[in-house]
Write a protein that binds this ligand. Structure first.
Ligand code: HEC
Length: 128
């Protein structure tokens, strides 16, 4: 009986310590970068959906937001790669592609959106 009680107490203490450790680790992780990326993904999906409709410029709003959010990448991840030139280059490349897409006409819209996707992938390949 004593062993069972010891075992149960041991398990309880272990569980409490594990939960405390997890909480501490989660609190330390900054939610901003992931949140920003997920919103950008959402806007890109919205823009792609709109591009399949005849009036492809319904996605102007999504592309404007994407352009604005791109400007936040450096705020959200200031030390990513100890802010180096390449990271900045990827950010400005994405920014240019987002502007180009918002100014493209309907026949070029899908291609412009594909180029945005490539600009996302370029940075993820090196930094994610
Ligand atoms: C300049 C670099 C850069 C660009 C450009 C970039 N990303 Fe990211 N992305 C990252 C990094 C770094 C991470 C990893 C962040 C982390 O785990 O904290 C990431 C993670 C993500 C994630 C996963 C987030 C999560 O929940 O873990 C998504 C989704 C994402 N990016 C979408 C996009 C989309 C869509 C674009 C283009 C519109 C884009 N990203 C452009 C650097 C970039």
């Amino acid at each position: 009986m004593r062993h069972v009680v010891t075992l149960v107490i041991g398990l309880l203490v272990g569980a409490i310590l594990a939960i405390t450790a997890l909480r501490t680790l989660n609190a330390r992780k900054d939610a901003y970068p992931e949140a920003l990326m997920n919103v950008m993904k959402h806007e890109l999906v919205a823009a792609n959906e709109a591009a399949t409709k005849p009036a492809c410029n319904e996605n102007a709003h999504a592309l404007d937001k994407l352009t604005l959010l791109t400007g936040d990448i450096l705020t959200a991840m200031p030390d990513e790669g100890a802010p180096d030139r390449v990271f900045h280059q990827y950010v400005s490349n994405l920014h240019d592609k987002a502007i180009a897409a918002s100014q493209s006409d309907c026949t070029q819209r899908k291609q412009a959106l594909t180029e945005i996707k490539h600009a996302c992938d370029d940075c993820h390949r090196d930094y994610r």
